[in-house]
Design a protein around this ligand. Structure first.
Ligand code: F6R
Length: 243
């Protein structure tokens, strides 16, 4: 794993921007795996600025998002479909037909998972963006999800629902289930970039990098991938220095 420690969240976003700019420049038809949550927001702002400066174009880019809540209308501001439009897609020249997000409203969720997995497998992700949960989850692969998983329906842990409650009026409003790429889908990406900022992520980062490769910390599986870059702020990296 390559680890880059930055002085601020802004610097994290700038470093990540360079990785994405390079990917899209070298391969304009890149297939990007995208994430939601607070971690990628500053990066998405940089990508929009890069598009405005004409440094990059999303015209031929194809995207697959990691996950989506189950049962949430895409017009709901907390749905990941809404998030992606709000923070990125509405502001760049991407073709919406080239953007993919699991459909959490599908009548048959297992079929939706199978079809999303099939679409991912046919294309193959060039560059996957990840955040990490304070409990070590990647995508919505919660601790003890099998490392053999592909796209699946997830019951969200209370810790994850609590973390995400800041985006809702109350904890009761946070959905209980989500659809998520599985660990195997994530590992198939050619390159992975994981962003983490803040003290709340320090334990998960430590377990992911220094701990055993174990399903209790889903992020630890990234130790087995040959092209992972972690871009962290000093707080997220703070427990790496302690011996
Ligand atoms: C989001 C996702 C999650 C988040 C993680 C961190 O699509 O898959 O794994 O990356 O929960 O969330 P933030 O960035 O809000 O701390």
């Amino acid at each position: 794993m390559k680890i880059i420690v930055c002085e601020s969240a802004h610097e994290v976003a700038l470093k990540a921007y360079e990785v994405f700019k390079n990917q899209i420049t070298v391969k304009p038809q890149s297939i990007l795996g995208l994430a939601t949550g607070s971690s990628p927001i500053l990066l998405y702002k940089e990508l929009i600025q890069g598009y405005i400066r004409k440094e990059i174009s999303f015209k031929d880019v194809i995207t697959f998002n990691l996950d989506e809540y189950v049962g949430m209308d895409i017009s709901h501001p907390q749905s990941y479909a809404y998030f992606m439009k709000h923070y990125l897609f509405n502001h760049v020249d991407i073709n919406v037909d080239n953007t993919h997000i699991p459909n959490g409203l599908a009548e048959n969720l297992d079929l939706e998972c199978a079809q999303y997995h099939q679409a991912l497998s046919e294309r193959g992700v060039d560059l996957q963006l990840l955040g990490i949960g304070s409990n070590g989850h990647i995508g919505f692969n919660e601790p003890h999800t099998t490392f053999e998983s592909s796209v699946h329906v997830v019951k969200l842990k209370d810790s994850t629902r609590n973390d995400n409650a800041i985006f809702f009026q109350s904890i009761e409003e946070v959905p209980t289930h989500a659809l998520s790429m599985g660990i195997q889908d994530i590992l198939k990406s050619k390159k992975i970039v994981l962003l983490a900022c803040g003290k709340k992520k320090a334990e998960a980062i430590k377990a992911m990098i220094l701990g055993p490769i174990d399903e209790s910390c889903p992020g630890s599986i990234l130790q087995t991938h040959n092209d992972v870059t972690l871009i962290l702020d000093e707080e997220a990296a703070s427990l790496l220095k302690q011996k």
